[in-house]
Ligand binder design. Structure first.
Ligand code: MN
Length: 312
């Protein structure tokens, strides 16, 4: 379920929208698309909101429960300039990359791959489960690391902060005093919130902008009179909040994404995050030519090729 942005999808975007320096609540629907055979809700980027902190991409897949075990994999494809964050709510996936990593991931675990100048990976369906419920996120790397080496880390368990009404599992960064050990190249945060009635007050960093992506159930944002948010929506919270009241009538799960607004314009096309068009053109050509920049993935799945960007 790890990428790629289809070429159909690949409107080049030269600018990010600056963050709004105050709390807001903007609801924007996800776009329905597919990654391979898997239908996904593409929650980020949005036309009018390209990034939340350094988070630049969010696909929510599933829950899928039909018997399609073994068919949910994504063949080898390249990345640059970003980190992939894979998070499962159900099912399992086998990650293989051109660094030689081979790692099974299950719910509650984190796979974090840093592309830097270039890496390739595949995500295989081990075929033991007919279910999948997953999130694939990308983090734009800052200028200081985006030309650097690729890396991969797996975290079998993550820190949790428990309080009345919510269990927070911290994927990246810090929430409520719980700090993830995962690599972080910018000041950003990502967490899964398991909410129980009647809900909870979530501590936030006012220097961050934030957004919620509800994965299961329904969440009222800003309290019992607030707007109801369900799956398939980016709920952008703006900057300047040091807490947010999340009310639920039934158990619900949501992602929290946040960070200092990304300071540089991001240019995204296909599986690449860059700053300028020519960087993407070069990377696309090198992938097509089998250049050693992206290495080789040991996978039985079919390699994924890019189309041509609209400016070529
Ligand atoms: Mn990928």
């Amino acid at each position: 379920m790890s990428g790629p942005v289809s070429t159909e999808d690949a409107t080049p975007v030269p600018e990010t929208t600056p963050g709004i320096a105050r709390p807001v609540l903007e609801l924007a629907p996800a776009r329905a698309t597919r990654v391979g055979s898997l239908p996904v809700r593409r929650v980020l980027p949005q036309r009018l909101r390209r990034t939340v902190g350094s988070w630049c991409f969010a696909d929510h897949a599933g829950p899928v429960s039909e018997a399609r075990a073994g068919q949910l994999g994504i063949g080898p494809h390249p990345h640059m300039g970003l980190q992939t964050v894979t998070w499962l709510l159900d099912g399992e996936l086998l990650h293989r990359d051109s660094l030689g990593s081979e790692q099974l991931i299950r719910p509650g675990q984190l796979n974090l791959m840093t592309a830097g100048r270039g890496v390739a990976h595949a995500e295989e369906d081990p075929g033991r489960s007919s279910r999948l419920h997953a999130v694939q996120l990308w983090v734009a790397q800052p200028e200081t690391t985006r030309h650097g080496p690729a890396a991969f880390e797996h975290h079998a368990a993550l820190p949790q902060a428990d309080s009345d009404g919510v269990t927070v599992t911290v994927l990246v960064g810090e929430v409520g005093g719980a700090m993830s050990p995962a690599r972080r190249d910018t000041d950003h945060v990502g967490a899964e919130l398991a909410l129980r009635p009647p809900g909870a007050v979530l501590p936030l960093q006012a220097r961050h902008e934030h957004a919620l992506i509800v994965l299961e159930g329904a969440v009222r944002v800003d309290g019992p009179e607030g707007e109801v948010v369900g799956p398939g929506v980016l709920a952008y919270l703006g900057e300047g909040r040091d807490e947010c009241l999340l009310a639920v009538e039934e158990p619900a799960r949501t992602l929290l994404l946040g960070g200092v607004p990304f300071p540089e314009p991001v240019f995204m096309w296909w599986n690449f995050v860059a700053r300028r068009r020519h960087e993407v053109s070069g990377a696309r050509r090198q992938w097509a030519e089998g250049d050693e920049r992206f290495g080789t993935v040991r996978s039985s799945l079919v390699r994924i090729e890019a189309g041509h960007p609209p400016w070529e």
